[in-house]
Design a protein around this ligand. Structure first.
Ligand code: ZN
Length: 288
């Protein structure tokens, strides 16, 4: 895990797993965390980083209820957790699946947990627009569904810093694991913000406006092409295999890494646009 001071008040710790970013904002003797993770030893380093500075976090912000974003609160008992109001509904539907995914990851990494992972229960339910002020930094929650129904991005209006949750990555394509229409609307909302610095949930943070504009344009273009391609198949009553054939030539970043994600995007969007399938397809499979 590498720590990097990104602005006067914001440190970013990047996990070795999926280049997942954890945020630490510090100021005036206070600290707040965003999506702290990921491995137990990385979380210990995060705890040490805070105790070396003599601060205890006052709040943990969780961007969405996916397993790789919820691992931190367990090691900061007593620190209030803030998550989107829809977080609890996702937990109700998929709590057991999330625990199963974390157990599978532990097994894959040869780790034994003494107790089963305890899912975080939010103390503060966020309904955007929602603001908090910690360590001299003011964060505003941005409703950001599309990748997940409960996804929240966090924006610092005075500095133009956007913590983008699982969007605008330089390593991942948009993962449309909730809804294409919602994802498109979210990116349109984000495009209207003045963003000087961007931290994606996975990948490289950037303070280059050109790079931020490039990522936004690339992700919007990919989603538009996906919509166009899949709608054509649905309109002509094609099946999901026809959708795969139609979208095979669609270009996207890092095809080797993102091929499976692209396939699931095609399937989830196919269902969203009115296609039908006899078996579960798309991102639904990730929960199984
Ligand atoms: Zn996610």
């Amino acid at each position: 895990m590498a720590f990097r001071q990104f602005t006067a008040h914001l440190w970013i710790a990047q996990s070795e797993v999926f280049a997942t970013n954890s945020g630490v904002f510090l100021g005036a003797g206070q600290a707040g965390l965003i999506d702290p993770g990921l491995r137990p030893e990385e979380l210990r380093r995060l705890q040490a980083f805070l105790s070396e500075r003599g601060v205890r976090p006052r709040l943990i912000l969780i961007t969405h209820a996916h397993w790789d974003h919820i691992l931190g609160p367990e090691v900061f008992p007593g620190v209030p957790v803030a998550a989107h109001a829809r977080f609890e509904e996702v937990l109700r539907r998929h709590g057991a699946d999330l625990q199963h995914q974390i157990a599978a990851w532990d097994a894959e990494e040869g780790r034994h947990r003494e107790r089963p992972f305890a899912l975080p229960r939010p103390d503060v339910l966020i309904t955007p627009p929602w603001r908090c002020e910690i360590g001299g930094v003011s964060w505003q929650a941005i409703d950001a569904p599309g990748h997940a129904p409960d996804q929240c991005a966090f924006y610092q209006p005075d500095a133009g810093i956007l913590w983008a949750a699982d969007m605008l990555s330089d390593v991942e394509i948009p993962l449309v694991s909730h809804s294409l229409a919602a994802y498109e609307a979210t990116l349109a909302r984000i495009a209207a913000l003045d963003i000087a610095a961007l931290i994606p949930g996975h990948g490289t943070p950037t303070a280059s406006r050109a790079e931020i504009a490039r990522r936004l344009a690339a992700d919007r273009a990919y989603l538009a092409a996906l919509r166009e391609c899949v709608s054509r198949v649905v309109r002509s009553s094609g099946d999901v295999d026809a959708a795969h054939r139609a979208c095979a030539a669609l270009s996207y970043a890092h095809p080797q890494r993102n091929r499976q994600a692209h396939r699931w995007n095609v399937e989830t969007v196919f269902l969203e646009l009115g296609g039908t399938a006899a078996r579960p397809i798309g991102w639904e499979l990730e929960w199984q």
